[in-house]
Design a protein around this ligand. Structure first.
Ligand code: SF4
Ligand code: SF4
Ligand code: SF4
Length: 253
């Protein structure tokens, strides 16, 4: 059973409860920022007289997963694309590969990792809705089975054709996504890419990489070495700080 979210720009009142609930659920530090960052996994932006949510789209065939050399990103059977910061070696290949410009890097950390929405994978596994959908007071964001959300989106469009564009964003973009959107304002005016192919770019990326002999292996070994050296330096610095009686801050989240 594949699940997802349906976001409706015509219903969103821009209250920001979804962004705040995400922060709380995922214990992300700092206030909600205006754009998505490694610490703000979803944000609500006013555009063209409506509000639009920005978050990972949870692609059916995610490019971020196919390009990660160490398997730090994984697509779960339920739909969420999850991330393991312990495996991440900081190559940033997912950032370059994502067609929706989603993963963000912890530029402020000595050993940075990537941050992005994980579609509340833990909650979803327990049969609960995502925190953002649960927090939305007007059902502008709803959670459910992807096929039910598609039916709901099409029903809203059919019932009020003057209110909505006849398009469900995410139905086929980049091969289809678990996050779907409906709107009365063209999606490109909301900062969403409208020119994406209907086939998953993941396949293309992998085909390109697989044509370069040993590219992934050699690059992975090199980057893992860089990551190890950086982490090692931090460990040494921590030990030295302890020796000097200073406390060490390490809060990878
Ligand atoms: S939107 Fe980007 S980060 Fe999210 S699953 Fe798709 S490729 Fe990965
Ligand atoms: S699905 Fe969960 S992780 Fe993703 S934006 Fe909503 S609350 Fe945040
Ligand atoms: S909680 Fe709902 S209404 Fe409020 S900003 Fe988020 S999607 Fe919009």
């Amino acid at each position: 059973m594949s699940v997802g979210l349906l976001f409706d720009t015509t219903r969103c009142i821009g209250c920001g409860a979804c962004s705040s609930a995400c922060k709380e659920q995922n214990k992300l530090p700092g206030p909600v920022e205006e754009v998505t960052t490694a610490y703000t996994w979803t944000t609500v932006q006013p555009r063209e007289g409506v509000n639009v949510r920005k978050l990972c789209m949870h692609c059916a065939v995610p490019t971020c997963v196919s390009v990660c050399p160490v398997g730090a990103l994984q697509k779960t059977p339920e739909g969420p694309v999850v991330y393991d910061g312990e495996k991440c070696m900081g190559c940033r290949y997912c950032i370059m590969a994502c067609p929706f410009d989603v993963p963000k890097y912890q530029w402020d950390r000595p050993v940075p990792v990537v941050g992005k929405c994980i579609l509340c994978a833990g909650r979803v596994k327990e049969g609960k809705p995502t925190a953002c959908a649960e927090a939305c007071p007007v059902e502008a964001t709803i959670f459910g089975k992807r096929e039910d959300l598609i039916w709901e989106a099409r029903t809203r469009i059919r019932k009020e054709p003057d209110k909505y564009l006849n398009h469900v964003y995410g139905l086929s973009e980049a091969g289809g996504t678990s996050v779907l959107m409906v709107s009365g304002v063209p999606f490109e005016k909301l900062g969403l890419k409208a020119d994406l192919p209907n086939e998953p770019p993941a396949m293309k990326t992998w085909q390109v990489l697989s044509n370069i002999p040993d590219f992934v292996g050699v690059w992975a070994v090199f980057l893992y070495g860089v990551h190890w050296i950086t982490a090692r330096r931090e460990d040494v610095a921590k030990v030295e700080n302890h020796g000097n009686g200073r406390s060490s801050k390490e809060d990878r989240s």
